[in-house]
Design a protein around this ligand. Structure first.
Ligand code: GTP
Length: 413
């Protein structure tokens, strides 16, 4: 079953927790005992309705804790799709959390209070979504019950957001008028808004087309492991295992190994369920070649017609995630796909103000949560693509050599 990852970020009290609770509840992804606990807490608080945000906030304390980055991941499934929600706070001091949540997302859910319209947080979250090339945005105009389910109020928010969205690079933007509290258009179609002819939020999440968002034209296979079993019967087997990051590979295809430049031809492609005649992203496969050439972990198999870039000088847009600013001359492990090399930050071009997308070229000492364009110099060649071409081979993280802390996440330009 297809998996859709989406991020949510909103400003305080937009109703994010209530919305996520409503999605889980109405799609029947909640366990009875969790629901019973929420009902009881709501009663204790003297509420007339069941406070669904308690459900989300309760789950929030059970969240997966990253060592440096705190993003609450939540999982649910319907008969049509599986979902992972990366729930991040929208405040500027949590930019790094938003970047982490957005880096693998297929879709960003932007929540707007119908009474307030577009606010700073809305813009910031949308900018991050566009910088990280999230292909789809769904703008949920929430609390429609508080504006009498008015079409005019909804249209005003749509207009306001569209005026802002002209500045960002996201192709697919949709709008859904909802009430997370009352349940309108979240899972079930609303009877209170007959003027809205679109689908409910869940229906959109279940059916939005995401397969074509993968890059199927430029063949990329980062080698994760070299398999060479020593048992006698396999003595001539040498396979390269990993996950395809782009394009299509078939037995018989001519390939080049980068960065070495050696060439060969694919003999076979194996998967857990047997050999295949065709493999594409995001399949995990093991590839064998007709020649016994030198291939190691961190190399990339590509096809001749569309080669990635290979360089030791790399321009990237990064989000600085560490509390400590970079020290002059500090060395960082640069990790991209399965490759890891040493690097230093050679130059800082500018900082990007994520409220306005303006470049700031003066005063470029880097602080936590800032987006910065930098040049890295590595000790060995790196194989990469521009992020806009491929989100997997185009992304990187920097890990501090001495503390082992992830200090930055970024995209190649
Ligand atoms: N009337 C109305 N109230 C809503 C709606 N959605 C949320 N609320 C209320 O708005 C308040 C904030 O909702 P939350 O879900 O806690 O908001 P949040 O954005 O998750 O806030 P944080 O958890 O602080 O990030 C609560 O009192 C909700 O009951 C809605 O559709 N209509």
């Amino acid at each position: 079953m297809e998996l859709l990852r989406f991020t949510t970020a909103g400003s305080v009290d937009d109703g994010k927790s209530t919305l996520i609770g409503r999605l889980l509840y109405d799609s029947k992804s909640i366990f009875e005992d969790q629901m019973e606990a929420v009902k009881q807490s709501s009663e204790r608080k003297g509420l007339q309705h069941v406070d669904l945000s308690l459900l989300t906030d309760g789950l929030r304390s059970e969240r997966e804790q990253g060592i440096t980055i705190d993003v609450a991941y939540r999982y649910f499934a319907t008969p049509k799709r599986k979902f992972i929600i990366a729930d991040t706070p929208g405040h500027i001091q949590y930019t790094r959390n938003m970047v982490t949540g957005a880096s693998t997302a297929n879709l960003a859910l932007v929540l707007i209070d119908a009474r307030k319209g577009v606010v700073e947080q809305t813009c910031r979250h949308s900018f991050i979504a566009s910088l990280l090339k999230i292909p789809h945005i769904i703008v949920c105009v929430n609390k429609m019950d508080l504006v009498d389910y008015s079409e005019e109020a909804f249209n005003k928010v749509v207009e306001q957001y569209e005026a802002f969205a002209a500045k960002i690079d996201v192709k697919d933007i949709r709008f859904v008028p909802i009430s997370a509290l009352a349940g309108d258009n979240v899972v079930n179609d609303s009877e209170n808004m007959p003027w809205y002819k679109g689908e409910s939020l869940l229906h959109t999440l279940e059916t939005i087309h995401i397969a074509s968002d993968e890059n199927h034209s430029d063949a990329r296979f980062p080698v994760q492991t070299v398999i060479r079993p020593h048992a006698d019967e396999y003595h001539d087997y040498r396979g390269y295992a990993g996950r395809i990051a782009g394009g299509i590979f078939r037995p018989g295809d001519k390939i080049t190994v980068l960065p070495s430049g050696l060439t060969s031809t694919i003999k076979s492609i194996d998967t857990y369920s047997g050999p295949v005649e065709e493999a594409f992203a995001p399949m995990s496969v093991s590839i064998t070649l007709v020649d016994d050439i030198d291939v190691s972990r961190g190399d990339m198999l590509v096809k001749d017609d569309s080669e990635p870039q290979v360089s030791q000088d790399l321009d990237a847009m990064i989000c600085w995630m560490a509390t400590r600013s970079p020290r002059p001359g500090a060395k960082y492990h640069l990790k991209t796909t399965t490759r890891e090399v040493m690097s230093i930050i050679k130059e800082v071009y500018y900082k990007l103000d994520i409220n306005t997308l303006e470049k700031q070229e003066e005063n470029t000492d880097i602080k936590m949560n800032e987006m910065v364009k930098i040049r890295l110099r590595t000790t060995q060649p790196v194989v990469f693509d521009e992020y806009r071409k491929n989100r997997i081979t185009g992304s990187l993280i920097l890990v501090d050599e001495s503390t082992n802390e992830t200090v930055a996440a970024g995209t190649f330009l």
